[in-house]
Design a protein around this ligand. Structure first.
Ligand SMILES: *[C@@H]1O[C@H](CO)[C@@H](O)[C@H](O)[C@H]1NC(C)=O
Ligand SMILES: *[C@@H]1O[C@H](CO)[C@@H](O)[C@H](O)[C@H]1NC(C)=O
Ligand SMILES: *[C@@H]1O[C@H](CO)[C@@H](O)[C@H](O)[C@H]1NC(C)=O
Ligand SMILES: *[C@@H]1O[C@H](CO)[C@@H](O)[C@H](O)[C@H]1NC(C)=O
Ligand SMILES: *[C@@H]1O[C@H](CO)[C@@H](O)[C@H](O)[C@H]1NC(C)=O
Ligand SMILES: *[C@@H]1O[C@H](CO)[C@@H](O)[C@H](O)[C@H]1NC(C)=O
Length: 928
């Protein structure tokens, strides 16, 4: 049997290979062997499986992640790095996911495998893992796979190559279709078969190959190899391998499924005979359709490999990652494989555990794909023994699917913290940083700063991100939308990376909360005698407001002037009541009612935050009445007469203007007998009165409160001021104030008028006895010259009138005995030594009416002709009256004897109580 021949030959080969298989550690730090037959070496994360006609090597990402992984094919001592083209040519299909899980499918018929009688295959490989430090680790993989269930034709489709192997032994050859009629020996049989066998046992007998593209294209073996095809023979098989993009392949759409086809006829030549072998392979390159949940893969049931005769599908399997599944496994996974009309239909639900999701970024949009590598395995017969085993390893990647993460605002306002959730994302997303309105923070920086960013992982491996930012954080924008309403806004942009490619993308959003949480600033205040004291409690808006005092905004100058002090919560200021921002409401006799208006307002929206007014009475001398007759008055511009120009104010006499004025004050000082001052006597009180008005009589208009002038004339500005003078018991005249109701009337200051009774040396009234001269000593019946004088008035119209004068023995003016000298303004006619009034010469003194001179003769009181005591005291009651007033006019009777004398009474009833009481000191009778 030719079988044995092949096996024997192969044994030799194997011995040689084994002999060479003496592993040397190749310029590496570490070297591991994956012991043949042992599927999994825990320490290395390498795993091998024999899966029918190929071996699968998987490498876990724990071994390879972040590193560069390269593979070498090993053929005894020969080590070949597997470049993509060499892999495709020699039967290696290497696939990896983004995280560094690798899968290598090595055809058992690969260029480097040890082949023992087409039944035992040694696949040796090396895995080189090159870390960042450029130190590479080398893992050596040796795997022996047994597989002898070769169908006469086997087709393997991977992503990078198409492999077809056909049995080239005579029995099978005869069964193969042959488009070319060979010249055959008449006695077709064993002899011929031997020859043919011999002819095609060696690759070197390949005479030529004809590719059908579908146009015929002939090549000699060397050309075919050079073009990149792999053409090998084993003991029983001819193996042809081609990449998908080889020039001699062509596309064909079969039942709507695009397929890549390679079709070759190989001619073996041995001496006189030529044997030909047809090899054809067709691999699908499409047939996929997707819904949101399902991948559908169609494969043509009748394909170019089948003869036109009805084929008999013997087996139909589905697998994942090159491994067949049974129907139970398929059912649990929801996989579905069936034949519908001319199509074999495979359905794979998206999201199952055999595949994986991958994140992507498309135009900064988060997209995902689902990736899975199903396998389809068919076995069919085209009648008779001509069976074909057909396997497709078909990696599928869904189109980009939107997977917008959910953004959930979990903010609970009471906790005063934004709380937002974003997810889910797949595990290959990393949150790198967060951009807030004022800056970028890495996740670590943000957490260190009191912002809480948590990554939440779900059981299924998805993750989500939760962000908590207190309302108080400076990243939160606060916008006041109403006087008491603020909107808190958090704007943020997550900076993500898709691993392992480090593709950045961002997710931008914002949340806001509207709160009625504004604590407005408040103003309080009080006054002392000189200043307003204002305190501003800031509330929670900080100092973002303007202060308007009166009608002016606070300027730095005013701040200094008002002594503004502030800390984080309060502001205070003290304002003198005469400060320019203070308005005057009312004038009183001795005080001024002044008001300060404080307005706190928001400058951008012009909101009033606080409106405060405080009015206080400040003591202030408005009118002064001097005892020398000078009156002074201060007129103040009050709020109710805004148009007033103080300098235009006058007294009753329009020619009497202010002595001094500015924009708010007018100061008047004038003599009581000038400027139209009136004088009234009433109840012994002298009242001087004048008025301050807008003397020219022009009407004054007051604008309405809103500032729009109205035509309503303002009540005339009129200040009436009065000085009241009264005589007091102790020889002075004082004024007192007599406020009238509802009149903004400053009335009086303070002053004194003095009336004195004094004794002159002689009738010239030039010299008077001084205090220290008393008691004055006089001879009996010597004259005593008395003067009563109003000292401190300059009013010529006041007249001093002596009402009663009398003498007493004792100092007490009410004591007895008593002797009347002047009664009701007239000399006592009953007196034997008559009292004499001396007129006061108009030229001798400035105000004659202020002075009265009278003369008496010194006497003593005698009782029963006994001199009681040698002393007397003289007393007078004086009144002041208006010269023009009738009350001062009197007519005294002519002197007449006591007995006939009739007393004439003056009308002085009301004066009595108001009189000035004057008394002299002791006057003694000279005894010598
Ligand atoms: C593998 O080794 C064998 C024997 O040494 C040799 O004939 C064959 O050409 C080698 N294959 C490759 C692909 O180098
Ligand atoms: C993973 O779990 C989360 C939370 O239960 C869910 O929102 C998400 O859709 C799941 N992801 C997948 C791919 O099932
Ligand atoms: C923030 O992260 C994004 C996404 O990873 C990145 O593109 C960006 O450069 C980062 N920004 C800063 C300031 O680091
Ligand atoms: C700020 O000033 C106010 C009023 O003067 C005072 O009551 C308060 O305690 C001060 N606050 C601080 C933090 O100093
Ligand atoms: C009256 O006295 C006041 C205050 O002493 C003084 O200012 C004023 O000039 C005096 N008037 C006269 C006329 O002397
Ligand atoms: C009268 O004048 C004297 C001296 O100035 C003063 O002390 C006294 O209080 C006055 N009396 C009255 C009732 O005004």
């Amino acid at each position: 049997m030719t079988w044995f021949f092949g096996i024997c030959t192969f044994w030799l080969l194997m011995v040689m290979v084994v002999a060479q298989k003496n592993f040397n550690v190749l310029s590496t730090q570490k070297s591991f062997n994956v012991v043949p037959g042992q599927n999994f070496n825990q320490g290395t994360g390498l795993k091998t499986n024999c899966l029918g006609s190929y071996m699968r090597l998987t490498i876990d990402k724990s071994l390879a992640f972040g590193n560069q992984v390269e593979f070498d094919a090993v053929n005894g001592s020969q080590i070949e790095p597997l470049s993509p083209s060499l892999a495709a040519k020699c039967g290696f299909y290497i696939d990896s996911d983004p995280w560094g899980n690798y899968k290598v499918f090595a055809s058992l018929l690969n260029c480097f495998a040890g082949n023992e009688d087409d039944a035992v295959f040694d696949v040796d490989m090396r895995v080189r893992v090159r870390g960042v430090k450029a130190e590479q680790e080398v893992f050596e993989v040796e795997k022996t796979c047994n597989y002898d269930q070769w169908a006469p034709r086997e087709v393997l489709c991977t992503q990078n190559y198409i492999e077809v192997s056909v049995n080239r032994l005579p029995e099978e050859i005869t069964a193969l279709r042959s488009p070319l009629k060979l010249p055959r020996a008449k006695n077709f049989g064993e002899q011929w078969a031997d020859t043919v066998t011999e002819a095609i046992t060696s690759r070197y007998n390949i005479w030529r190959m004809v590719f059908f593209t579908p146009k015929q294209k002939a090549m000699v073996l060397e050309d075919a190899l050079r073009t990149g095809y792999s053409i090998t023979t084993t003991r029983s098989r001819l193996v042809l391998r081609s990449g998908y993009d080889m020039p001699e392949t062509y596309e064909e759409t079969v039942n709507g499924v695009p397929m890549k086809v390679i079709r070759v006829t190989t001619y073996f030549k041995k001496e006189w005979s030529v044997t030909m072998l047809d090899t054809v392979a067709a691999c699908p390159t499409g047939g996929l359709s997707f819904t949101d949940e399902m991948i559908t893969w169609n494969f043509p049931r009748i394909n170019p490999l089948m003869s036109s005769r009805a084929t008999n599908l013997l087996e139909l399997f589905m697998g994942i990652d090159g491994k067949k599944m049974d129907s139970l496994q398929m059912e649990t996974r929801g996989y579905y494989l069936t034949i519908v009309d001319d199509l074999i239909v495979m359905k794979i639900p998206i999201g199952g555990p055999d595949g994986y999701y991958k994140s992507h970024v498309v135009n900064n949009q988060y997209r995902i794909t689902y990736n899975i590598e199903p396998m389809l395995e068919l076995l069919w017969s085209d009648g008779g023994m001509d069976t074909t085993r057909y396997k497709v390893l078909f990696p599928i990647k869904t189109p980009f699917m939107p997977s917008p993460p959910h953004f959930v605002d979990l903010t609970v306002v009471d906790q005063r913290m934004f709380d937002v959730f974003l997810g889910p994302f797949f595990y290959d997303i990393e949150l790198v940083n967060i951009t807030f309105s004022t800056g970028v923070l890495t996740v670590a920086e943000a957490n260190a700063r009191g912002i809480n960013i948590q990554e939440q992982r779900f059981q299924n491996g998805s993750k989500a991100f939760r962000l908590q930012v207190p309302f108080s954080d400076s990243f939160v924008e606060r916008t006041q939308v109403d006087v008491v309403v603020r909107v808190y806004t958090l704007r943020f942009s997550y900076g993500f990376m898709v691993l392992p490619e480090y593709t950045p993308f961002s997710y931008t959003s914002s949340v806001d909360v509207t709160l009625q949480d504004v604590i407005l600033p408040t103003v309080t205040g009080d006054c002392d005698e000189e200043k307003f004291h204002i305190m501003i409690s800031l509330g929670n808006l900080g100092k973002n407001f303007n202060i308007m005092i009166g009608t002016h905004d606070m300027t730095p100058d005013r701040r200094a002037e008002y002594g503004v002090k502030e800390n984080d919560t309060h502001m205070s200021l003290a304002m003198p009541f005469l400060a320019s921002d203070v308005v005057f409401e009312l004038m009183y006799a001795s005080s001024l009612r002044a008001r300060i208006d404080v307005l706190l307002w928001e400058p951008t929206k012009k909101w009033t935050l606080s409106d405060f007014s405080l009015a206080c009475n400040f003591p202030m001398t408005m009118t002064e009445c001097f005892s020398n007759g000078t009156m002074s008055a201060l007129a103040v511009k009050v709020e109710s007469v805004p148009q007033l120009i103080p300098r235009q104010l006058t007294l009753r006499d329009p020619s009497c203007g202010p002595k001094f004025s500015n924009d708010r004050f007018a100061y008047f000082s004038f003599e009581a007998n000038s400027c139209g001052t009136t004088r009234t006597f009433y109840d012994g009180v002298v009242t001087y009165q004048n008025e301050i008005t807008l003397g020219n009589g022009l009407p004054v208009y007051q604008p309405s409160k809103k500032g729009v002038p109205t035509s309503r004339p303002d009540p005339e500005y009129r200040i009436t001021m009065s000085c009241f003078y009264t005589l007091n018991d102790t020889q002075t005249i004082a004024f007192f104030t007599k406020p009238r109701e509802n009149e903004p009337l400053p009335e009086t200051g303070f002053g004194q008028l003095r009336v004195v009774l004094r004794l002159a040396w002689d009738g010239s009234y030039n010299h008077f006895y001084a205090e220290e001269d008393y008691p004055v000593v006089k001879y009996l019946r010597s004259p005593l010259f008395f003067e009563v004088v109003l000292l401190t008035s300059t009013d010529p119209q006041i007249e001093l009138v002596l009402e009663n004068c009398w003498a007493t023995l004792k100092e007490d003016r009410n004591s007895t005995p008593r002797w009347d000298l002047i009664v009701d303004g007239c000399v006592n006619l009953a007196d034997g030594y008559e009292t004499v009034f001396h007129p006061v010469a108009p030229n001798s003194i400035q105000f004659p009416s202020h002075v009265k001179h009278f003369e008496i003769k010194m006497f003593t009181f005698v009782q029963n002709d006994v001199v009681l005591q040698d002393q007397i005291f003289v007393h007078c009651d004086a009144v002041l009256c208006d010269e023009s007033d009738g009350i001062c006019k009197r007519h005294c009777p002519s002197p007449m004897p006591l007995k006939t004398g009739k007393k004439v009474r003056r009308e002085t009833t009301n004066v009595q109580s108001q009189r000035v009481q004057l008394s002299s000191r002791k006057i003694m009778l000279s005894s010598s």
